[in-house]
Design a protein around this ligand. Structure first.
Ligand code: ASP
Length: 334
């Protein structure tokens, strides 16, 4: 029996808590090398759960409810984030998002499935539901990343509608910004940035998604961490998942989400892992004082964690019919 099957069967045959610990590090009878996680993690099959970044309760509750109805983690999160992608008042994802400095709204998104597949779209214009488009790249093409015009043309071939993403409100704000053209991403200024969402379904499978317009008034062509596997998002169905928000350049340089998942694999709980990933950024020098980065994470047992550099970050959680707003702990307490 291969390792993934063994874990799946172990989880699925349990009625809730599977007693004790199990030797998940076995492959063909040999013990795996570095799986501290595998040796210590009690296998608890959690009830379905959805978590997401920032104040995205409408999206997260939509996902949570779909999970409770028995939908897969992948279906739930794509439908969940679609709620905010279609919300014109949310200026950081989908329609109504803040454009680049030339007035183009360009969106980035990625998705990871429980079987380790990944799909992403970068710098896409005129398409609202880019998370669903990233899923199409994952499922309908031989590739994992599609960018710009090619991604847009692929979207039309899959039946996506062409829509104007710059709304009168986002155009007005951009024209106001042009008066100074002062590019200073401000900490938490929107109070809801990239939507990253992670979920576990009733089979115990984990999926994750990330959708964003990136940094407001970015240079034309700039892409951040959000659609990049291991940086903005990482899912390992044996261990857990993590997603990032904030200054993407800094998340990219530390491959943050992969780091969080690997730290969990090596024995940390999600909270400890998020804190360590933030500390990796802090250790690089004082620049962290001027930008925000935050991570949220979940492990196979359904434990969650979140941590940010600065105050003001929140995580949404939906489980057992109960939506919760979790105010995140943070590093910079001075
Ligand atoms: N991480 C996103 C980016 O850098 C932006 C954000 O989450 O605020 O594109």
């Amino acid at each position: 029996m291969n390792r993934r099957k063994f874990i799946q069967n172990t989880v699925l045959t349990g009625t809730g808590i599977v007693a004790g610990t199990v030797a998940l590090g076995c492959e063909g009878g040999k013990e795996g090398s570095n799986d501290a996680f595998a040796k210590t993690q009690p296998l608890i099959k959690p009830s379905p759960i959805s978590i997401s970044t920032w104040n995205t309760s409408s999206a997260n509750n939509a996902s949570g409810k779909l999970l409770e109805q028995g939908n897969s983690a992948l279906d739930a999160i794509i439908s969940g984030v679609a709620v905010e992608e279609a919300n014109e008042e949310n200026t950081t994802v989908g329609i109504g998002a803040t454009p680049d400095r030339e007035g183009n709204v360009t969106l980035d998104a990625c998705v990871m499935s429980p079987d380790g597949d990944y799909g992403a779209v970068l710098a896409v214009e005129n398409i609202v539901h880019v998370a669903a488009l990233a899923r199409k790249v994952m499922e309908e093409t031989p590739h994992v990343i599609m960018a710009s015009k090619g991604a847009e043309e692929f979207a039309y071939s899959q039946g996506f509608k062409k829509e104007k993403l710059l709304t009168p409100a986002s155009e007005k704000a951009w024209k106001e910004w042009l008066k100074t053209s002062d590019y200073k991403p401000e900490i938490n200024i929107e109070n809801h940035d990239t939507i990253g969402m992670l979920a576990i379904d009733d089979k115990g499978d984990i999926a994750g998604v990330c959708t964003t317009s990136g940094l407001g008034y970015k240079m034309k062509g700039r892409v951040g961490d959000s659609p990049i596997i291991g940086s903005g998002l990482f899912v390992d169905n044996e261990v857990g998942a993590a997603v990032a928000t904030g200054m993407g350049e800094e998340v990219l340089k530390t491959v943050g989400s992969f780091l969080v998942v690997e730290l969990m694999r090596n024995g940390m709980n999600p909270q400890e892992a998020c804190e360590e990933a933030i500390h990796r950024i802090i250790k690089k020098g004082d620049r962290y004082k001027n930008f925000q980065v935050a991570y949220i994470a979940i492990n196979k047992a359904g434990e969650t964690g979140s941590y940010a550099i600065h105050d003001g970050f929140t995580m949404m959680k939906h489980q057992d019919g109960k939506p919760e707003v979790i105010v995140s702990d943070y590093y910079n307490k001075i």
